[in-house]
Design a protein around this ligand. Structure first.
Ligand code: GLN
Length: 472
């Protein structure tokens, strides 16, 4: 086995025994990157000198690839946007500080959809990323660089962020385990904001155990983020190790069974996964999420509204790109923003500004918030009956680069992940098998989504680990 193929658990075992040093892993990743990332394009930048130095200073640490919207001191943080080209972070995000304190080092910055808006990483202004399982296809998004790096053995594990599905859908496309923690489980300090009431940082990893370790390393209360209320982070690895489906109640969503437009292979894999859970001791319970059908509409009001406010800070004055063609302060703002933001980001800012404008605020933003409450209550009701909910992760496997042109079709990728994001609960994507190969498409990985209640990550890891075992 090559060192770049290791997961966190295996790497730690070798580091503990003193058989390898952190530098050996970083060197293996660098040569793997130089040989193979020319095809995949997972990394945007990789400060080799900085990574090797950190490895030498912490010889038992495990290197982790970092999505390019999380600040690491002294490194670029572009959010894959031209507007932040050349920006160097003056400080570490809390997740990076926590990671360093727990035996990890940041190594390499991976591609994403610009400002995390998208589902294919094609909205990156700085590079193309392909799916390591078929280089004609996208890795998903917005954490597509993270997923491609993990799935392509270009790193040991990665950090991504998830606002409406951006960890889970790319994890599904690239055969990784991805975890979106409950809202508030992980600090957002130092993580470039997209939609502040939804954003969470989480792991993309090669196994459920690895995801449990990495989430445990970054989670917890932070004075710098008032939405992180809880001091205690349970031992997620122990929860995973004890994993079992026996006696667990797994909910399947009545409304999702009647949906059109789901890839038949995704349907088959999800149905087979449910049967396997039942065969391994789980009780399958039908539940209802009556307001889930409004989740897409609600998300595409709330997320752009928050984005339009958050992205107002990129004005050509304080950060990144400044237009050379401005004559006065107004044209400095407008030209810098017109030149710096890509088309999807502009679309979101325009939508967000519209739904927040006076006269429309109550009709759109105010109403969306009310429906969001109903969606959250649907989940509370469901979790009074079941331990976890199992759904497809994404409606299709990885699609071809350039295949999805229409924004609305792209948005539908997050059909199954957005409701749990709006509810603030935790959810994982765990590999569930491969599609059958056909003349049109090779065998592609498919993940299922497992959802647990707010701050029930320990239970999520317990069930996800048991699920991973039965799918092997
Ligand atoms: N694809 C969704 C969007 O474009 C979700 C992105 C995310 O979770 N960051 O908004």
């Amino acid at each position: 086995m090559e060192l770049y193929e290791l997961g966190i658990c295996e790497a730690r075992a070798l580091l503990e025994k003193g058989e390898i040093k952190s530098r050996d892993i970083v060197e293996a990743i660098i040569s793997r990157k130089n040989a193979y990332d020319t095809k995949v394009g997972a990394y945007l930048t990789f400060d080799e000198e900085a990574a090797l130095k950190m490895a030498d200073e912490n010889p038992k640490s495990v290197p982790i690839a970092v999505k390019d919207l999380i600040n690491v001191v002294g490194q670029p943080c572009t959010c894959a946007s031209k507007i932040l080209e050349g920006y160097i972070s003056p400080y570490d995000a809390t997740v990076i500080k926590n990671m360093k304190a727990n035996g990890f080092i940041p190594a390499g910055r991976v591609n994403m959809d610009e400002f995390a808006m998208g589902s294919s990483t094609e909205n990156s202004a700085l590079g193309k990323t392909r799916n390591p399982y078929d280089l004609e296809r996208v890795p998903g998004g917005s954490s597509g660089g993270s997923a491609a790096a993990v799935g392509g053995n270009l790193c040991i594990a990665a950090l991504g962020t998830d606002t409406g599905g951006s960890i889970r859908q790319p994890a599904s496309f690239c055969n990784c385990v991805g975890v979106k923690p409950s809202y508030g489980r992980v600090s957002r300090f130092g993580v470039t904001a997209f939609a502040s009431s939804l954003d969470q940082v989480g792991p993309l990893a090669k196994s459920v155990d690895d995801a449990a370790i990495l989430l445990g390393a970054i989670a917890g209360k932070d004075e710098m983020d008032g939405t992180t209320p809880r001091e205690i982070v349970p031992d997620y690895l122990a929860a995973a190790k004890a994993g079992t489906l026996k006696g667990k109640k797994i909910g399947v969503v009545k409304e999702y069974r009647e949906l059109d437009g789901i890839d038949p292979e995704v349907k088959r894999i999800t149905e087979e996964a449910i049967e396997k859970c039942a065969a391994n001791g789980a009780e399958i319970v039908e539940i209802s999420l009556p307001h889930a059908e409004y989740a897409m509409a609600v998300y595409y009001i709330i997320a752009p509204a928050e984005a339009s406010a958050n992205l107002a800070r990129f004005d050509g004055v304080r950060f990144g790109h400044r237009s050379a063609r401005s004559q006065d302060v107004y044209s400095l703002y407008t030209r810098s923003r017109a030149e710096g933001f890509g088309p999807e980001v502009k679309r979101r800012i325009i939508m967000g500004t519209y739904v927040l404008s006076s006269g429309y605020y109550d009709a759109y933003y105010g109403r969306a918030q009310k429906v969001r409450t109903l969606i959250r209550r649907d989940f509370e009701e469901a979790f009074s009956k079941v331990d976890a909910i199992l759904t497809p992760c994404a409606p299709t496997p990885a699609f071809r680069a350039g295949e999805v042109q229409d924004p609305l079709t792209m948005y539908l990728n997050d059909l199954f992940t957005i409701p749990s994001s709006l509810a603030g609960v935790c959810a994982s994507s765990v590999p569930a098998g491969f599609t059958k190969a056909s003349p049109e498409r090779p065998a592609l990985p498919v993940g299922v989504q497992l959802i647990c209640g707010s701050f029930e990550e320990a239970k999520l890891f317990d069930i996800s680990k048991a699920f991973e075992e039965i799918m092997k």
